[in-house]
Design a protein around this ligand. Sequence first.
Ligand SMILES: Cc1cc2nc3c(=O)[nH]c(=O)nc-3n(C[C@H](O)[C@H](O)[C@H](O)COP(=O)(O)OP(=O)(O)OC[C@H]3O[C@@H](n4cnc5c(N)ncnc54)[C@H](O)[C@@H]3O)c2cc1C
Length: 278
Amino acid sequence: MLRENHAIYSSQGHGWHLDRAKFDRFVAQQAAARGVAIFTGAAVDDVGRTEDGWTLRISGGTRLQARSIADATGRAAFLARRLGASVVSRDPLMGFARFFPAEDKSDPRTLIEAVPDGWWYTATLTGERRVATFMTDPDIARAQRLDRESGWREALSQTSFIKAIVPASPSIDGLVRPSGSAYLEEPSGDGWIAVGDAACAHDPLSGQGITRALRSGILASFAIADFLSKGSPTGLARYRRLVRHGWSGYLSARRRYYAEERRWPDRPFWQKRIRPDS
Ligand SMILES: Cc1cc2nc3c(=O)[nH]c(=O)nc-3n(C[C@H](O)[C@H](O)[C@H](O)COP(=O)(O)OP(=O)(O)OC[C@H]3O[C@@H](n4cnc5c(N)ncnc54)[C@H](O)[C@@H]3O)c2cc1C
């Protein structure tokens, strides 16, 4: 059965299809206008302690000094891992995405469909493309050869609704993305803090990764301000508590959402996600 959720009935307003590159450029411009130095196309490749803070080396060899650092490197959690923090993975969900020229560029819908071994979604993207992604676990993906277009197409043919929307023409691009739930055991430490996916990465079913990342960035800014202006670690500790609290609320919501699907109680994909310890 297909159920439609019109934005007009949502108390939280309508959803967004975000042009991520444009949005990132906008955020960078806003920061630059407020005096932040921006380095584009540069990656941090080393971090070290100094007497009163940190030194960061960015690609090309430039070194930067900082009193505190924020890790916003997404699921890589590059800085936090370098500083010894461990990432705890709750599930190995992977997204097998394929891109097509959008046939109907004005279609604003996101369609989600559950199948015995996972779930699919499709939506039009900016750049006039359609994405269709199969979310499943790596052992299932290996058995179904989802890394190949033929295996992916075979899985697509098992859907009821998504297959009717995805163009029959070969895809123009493909991408495999880790999409499971994972969190940093310690999302902040002495003079450092992790935000966004670096601190907590959410199942895309939640559709909340970006808003949660923005929220954690705002909370982190208060903790950093406390640290820099008062030399107080209290804000960092409070941030840690808020992140942990948000994470446990998220895990219960995730379990509830997956439990709504009751057609395949014997399939490992669904079983794993509704266990009390999931
Ligand atoms: C398949 C899939 C679908 C999703 N769909 C949705 C959705 O519909 N809605 C939603 O809200 N969220 C969605 N998400 C989640 C969302 O994409 C993330 O939560 C969000 O992008 C997190 O933002 P971030 O800035 O923390 O990390 P990212 O967006 O991952 O950004 C991290 C940045 O850090 C850079 N970086 C990495 N290492 C370094 C380094 N060493 N030095 C410098 N820079 C570095 C990366 O290049 C990247 O630009 C989805 C995720 C997946 C995997």
